[in-house]
Design a protein around this ligand. Structure first.
Ligand code: IMP
Length: 211
């Protein structure tokens, strides 16, 4: 049986951008979102082998430490021609200075080495895994993806991370060229295009009730 989220929800992230996005998404449901950062929680080590287990590790650690239902996400970009890299290591490829221009250049270098020059050989997808954990270890987990191809050179200055090189299927602009509302916004305001927006819709269906 799925479990509904009511009252307070700890957002297990130290990333202010992710917290702001989640607060906005949760507001229509009357959920009070508090961040793990605000509560001074430590960030657990992400030792999982996939997005889903890393989201669960973070959500479970926050639920046990606070006694409240806790939400965590894990995401990244998966490049087919690179055997799934950078995948769960997407953030790490940018290094300690979070240099995503360098990370995108690294992907491009590897694609060129493998002769991946045509769109059919440059397939990639973003993945978002979301987990809500309760203090009694009950879990609700969802995952979603958005498919596309990798463009070069990168285009657009909106968004973050690998957005400027990701061209979602059915669109002629990269995520870096799209407004945030187009990429992340949920219908009727946005297209519900991104992996995170799609995963959130799935989570809302099973765990949230509009006020
Ligand atoms: P984490 O989910 O915080 O572990 O980090 C995921 C990493 O994947 C981010 O640092 C970004 O580099 C990348 N990523 C995840 N979602 C997106 C997105 O929507 N656009 C661009 N990059 C993303």
């Amino acid at each position: 049986m799925h479990r509904r989220i009511t009252g307070k929800l700890v957002i297990a992230t130290h990333n202010p951008g992710k917290l702001a996005e989640m607060k906005e998404l949760l507001a229509p449901y009357g959920i009070e979102a508090v961040s793990a950062g605000e509560l001074g929680l430590d960030e657990p080590e992400e030792t999982g082998n996939d997005f889903r287990s890393n989201a669960a590790i973070k959500a479970i650690a926050a639920a046990r430490a606070t006694g409240f239902p806790s939400f965590a996400d894990d995401s990244g970009i998966v490049v087919d021609a690179l055997d799934g890299a950078p995948g769960i290591y997407s953030a790490r490829w940018a290094g300690p200075t979070k240099d995503f221009n360098a990370a995108m250049a690294q992907i491009e270098r590897l694609l060129q080495e493998r002769g991946a020059t045509t769109p059919d050989k440059r397939r990639a997808h973003f993945v978002s895994a979301l987990c809500v954990a309760w203090p009694d270890d009950h879990l609700e987990e969802v995952e979603a993806r958005v498919d596309g191809t990798l463009a070069w050179p990168p285009r657009g200055t909106a968004g973050f991370g690998y957005d400027p090189m990701f061209l979602p299927d059915g669109h002629s602009r990269t995520f870096g060229e799209m407004e945030s509302i187009e990429k992340h916004g949920l219908p009727p305001h946005g297209l519900g295009l991104s992996h995170r927006a799609r995963a959130f819709v799935k989570l809302a269906e099973i765990c949230l009730e509009p006020r």
